[in-house]
Design a binder for this molecule. Structure first.
Ligand SMILES: [Zn+2]
Length: 410
């Protein structure tokens, strides 16, 4: 199943789920909190929205409804939620570790990078590509949205690390080695270990990322990879969309020791809105979903076929509702991580359009709720600004300064 469909299925679930209200999700945002949120630079480190850029009839400039089409990020909702920019993801679902597999993945990733650039070019009065932290600040001051690029899964590089320069040239400034499965570079948090950390090629990948000034992202990587990345990277690293294992014990989440380790090395953990509680479906629900038959492929199916499928799916959801995490669960992961590592080492990467979103925190229009809750919890304006963007830009600067110094020394 394509990831878009995974997202769509999530949204259909949302449409049919009984409304659950919580104090936090419904609490009005005060004028002061809203003003603070608008004033500061806000970014999300993991926006899977490029999945939709080539979708027929879909435009980043239009306002969409998560309940209708499953998407969570567009320009009107970025404006509504005060989101100034972020890292737009070149995601590749893991496939075969063969020459043929690598070629296909390489081409698909290059195409996705081109789609990101095309989206920005098509809306150049509203969006601009960012390559540095200074770019992000300048673009934000000019009233436009800044678009960094990142790679989720570096499988498309195959065994040719010179491709990292190619992707760097397209604008990639953050990359994670692996996704749900171990690959030629590193182990995954959700797969049997192939290497017990990085592979020999993966170690060269890490050094090359440092050399080029690409921020190393350990979300999805195994604990061994996290440990090795912290130990071997010459600069701080990031977890672009991860959570606290103390809140929900899942392999995708980080234990307190590793949260501290990343922070002690100067890095940032950006909090995800996925893996917040056990949301596994009952056997009855799984059987009902299976009975729907295969889901239409989002790249080839018509919008009408996708919507028709979602309607059938919504009927299943009405009878056998899915289990969903809440905004409170998201805040629990965020505030726990803040307590463990402090506000200088936490960011936000909610996995919008990649499976993110919880009850009361459904799309990027809901972001000011986080600012309000952080203020209510006693965090200062400076803390809130650091969490929403300052910390990540600090690390982007460190990584790029190191690369520039190394290049100048040669
Ligand atoms: Zn992910």
């Amino acid at each position: 199943m394509s990831r878009l469909l995974t997202i769509l299925l999530g949204s259909a679930a949302l449409a049919a789920a009984a409304p659950i209200t919580t104090w936090a999700a419904d609490a009005p945002i005060s004028k002061a909190d809203r003003a603070l949120h608008e004033k500061i630079l806000t970014l999300d480190t993991h926006l899977d929205t490029p999945e939709h850029f080539a979708r027929k009839g879909w435009s980043m400039a239009d306002r969409h409804d998560v309940k209708a089409d499953g998407t969570q990020v567009d320009l009107p909702r970025m404006d509504a939620g005060g989101l100034d920019g972020g890292f737009f993801v070149i995601y590749t679902e893991q496939g075969a570790l063969t020459a043929e597999g690598y070629r296909g993945a390489r081409d698909a990733a290059l195409e996705r990078a081109a789609e990101i650039r095309e989206m920005v070019a098509a809306h150049s009065d509203k969006f601009e590509l960012a390559y540095t932290a200074d770019d992000a600040e300048r673009i934000n001051k000019a009233g436009k949205k800044f678009v960094f690029q990142s790679m989720e899964n570096s499988w498309p590089l195959g065994e040719d690390l010179t491709l990292m320069q190619t992707f760097y040239a397209t604008g990639v400034r953050m990359a994670g080695p692996a996704h749900f499965k171990a690959n030629q570079l590193a182990d995954s948090s959700t797969d049997k270990p192939l290497w017990h950390g990085f592979s020999p090629l993966g170690l060269r990948w890490l050094a090359e990322a440092n050399r080029l000034g690409i921020l190393i992202d350990v979300s999805h990587s195994s604990d061994d990879v996290v440990d090795q990345a912290v130990a071997l990277s010459k600069v701080p690293i990031i977890a672009s969309h991860s959570g606290a294992k103390a809140i929900y014990d899942h392999p995708r989440n980080l234990d307190d020791g590793r949260l501290k380790k990343i922070a002690d090395a100067g890095g940032v953990i950006c909090i995800n809105s996925v893996y917040l509680k056990n949301t596994n479906a009952s056997p009855e629900r799984l059987a009902a979903l299976k009975a729907l038959g295969p889901a239409p492929d989002s790249e080839t199916a018509s919008e009408a076929d996708i919507i028709a499928y979602l309607k059938k799916k919504a009927e299943v959801d009405a009878k056998l509702p899915p289990i969903r995490a809440s905004f409170e669960d998201f805040m629990a992961s965020l505030t726990h991580t803040l307590k463990v590592v402090g506000p200088e080492h936490v960011g936000i990467g909610a996995d919008w359009d990649g499976g993110g979103g919880v009850v009361g925190f459904e799309d990027v229009a809901d972001l000011p709720k986080v600012t309000a809750r952080l203020k209510a919890a006693g965090y200062t304006d400076a803390d809130v600004a650091a969490i929403w963007g300052g910390n990540v830009l600090r690390v982007v600067r460190q990584v790029q300064d190191y690369a520039a110094k190394q290049a100048a020394a040669k």
